[in-house]
Design a protein around this ligand. Structure first.
Ligand code: XIL
Length: 319
């Protein structure tokens, strides 16, 4: 059978990749597939480069988890997407609950993004990209009410992007979000943000579309949306693809899931500026879905026993 990364590169994409996470790595059956660059040319650390993991106390940086993933990628010859610099979630309480002046929080963001991105600069510039800003918008297109927006307004975005650019001039700088994969207020808000950043010369290179989808509900205008972002002079990537179902899985659901994966991949294929696809872990054994969406799961292309599902063939058919 054809292998995902090999086929993706054959059609001009940079990579087909997977999220992974440190607790999974002692699992040798898991790692054997993850390390296979026929399948995966890129990995994203699922948790270990987030703020709570990397700066749990102000000015105290811990890179051991992130380094383990970066070292694995280097050993395998895989790209990395750094994930992430500024996000309202998995934020240590000293930031989330802090009361800061605008000047203080500016320095905190600059120090966090600058230190994190420069730590991986050699690594991640080879390594490709950073999700500098994650999930800034509410579903209605308004800014999320978090410590960043509430203290700094939307200026937290250029502050973080400029700090990341200074720390690693070669890395592609992304803004990443969900529910921007179809026309609506959130996609519109992201497009206006990109236009504003571009018109004010703030460095931004890409938009990440997470693509946490539901079986039978993949947006039909995904390709159009990808094209609309690319028209704003950014690249796009599918950064966290999974397609969940209400359990138990059935043959009919698995067949629909195959079609759904194929359609997502085909949308990226059709858009030259869609540089790559990352699935949010490759096996149901380690998917985040059951823990976050009770009663749902079976969202990945490999099952919990590392057997490829119909979804895998859907990916290959879409490439
Ligand atoms: C998820 C991880 O996969 C989980 O292990 C963790 O408990 C919560 O975060 N959007 C993102 C990712 O940008 O960082 C999230 O990852 C999934 C949703």
């Amino acid at each position: 059978t054809a292998s995902t990364n090999t086929v993706a590169k054959g059609i001009g994409k940079l990579y087909f990749g997977s999220a992974t996470d440190n607790p999974e790595l002692p699992d040798t059956a898991y790692e054997t597939i993850l390390n296979n660059t026929g399948f995966f040319g890129q990995i994203t650390p699922g948790n270990s480069m987030k703020w709570d993991a990397t700066e749990p106390e102000e000015g105290v940086f811990t890179f051991s988890g992130g380094d383990q993933i970066a070292n694995l990628a280097r050993a395998n010859g895989q790209l990395i997407r750094g994930h992430n610099c500024v996000w309202y979630n998995q934020l240590p309480s000293w930031v989330a609950n802090g009361v800061f002046t605008a000047a203080q929080l500016t320095t905190i963001i600059q120090n966090h993004c600058g230190t994190l991105v420069s730590h991986y600069a050699g690594e991640i510039s080879s390594s490709y990209a950073w999700d500098v800003i994650n999930e800034p918008f509410n579903d209605d297109g308004t800014w999320r009410s978090d410590v960043f927006f509430n203290t700094l307004g939307e200026s937290f975005v250029p502050i973080a992007l400029q700090a990341a650019r200074a720390a690693d001039p070669k890395a592609k700088l992304y803004i990443n979000d969900y529910n921007i994969e179809f026309a609506g207020p959130k996609a519109t808000a992201m497009m206006s943000l990109i236009q504003t950043l571009k018109s004010t010369n703030v460095p931004v290179d890409g938009v990440g579309l997470q693509c946490h989808f539901i079986v039978g509900e993949v947006p039909t205008d995904l390709e159009t949306i990808l094209q609309e972002f690319v028209a704003l002079d950014v690249e796009v990537a599918i950064t966290e693809l999974d397609i969940r179902m209400t359990l138990p899985e059935t043959d009919a659901l698995l067949a629909q899931q195959k079609t759904d994966y194929q359609n997502v991949i085909a949308a990226c294929k059709a858009v030259a500026g869609c540089v790559g696809i990352t699935i949010w872990d490759y096996t149901d054994k380690y998917s985040w879905i059951p823990g976050t969406f009770p009663g749902q799961g079976a969202a990945c292309p490999w099952d919990a026993n590392f057997i490829r599902k119909p979804a895998y063939d859907g990916i290959i058919a879409g490439l």
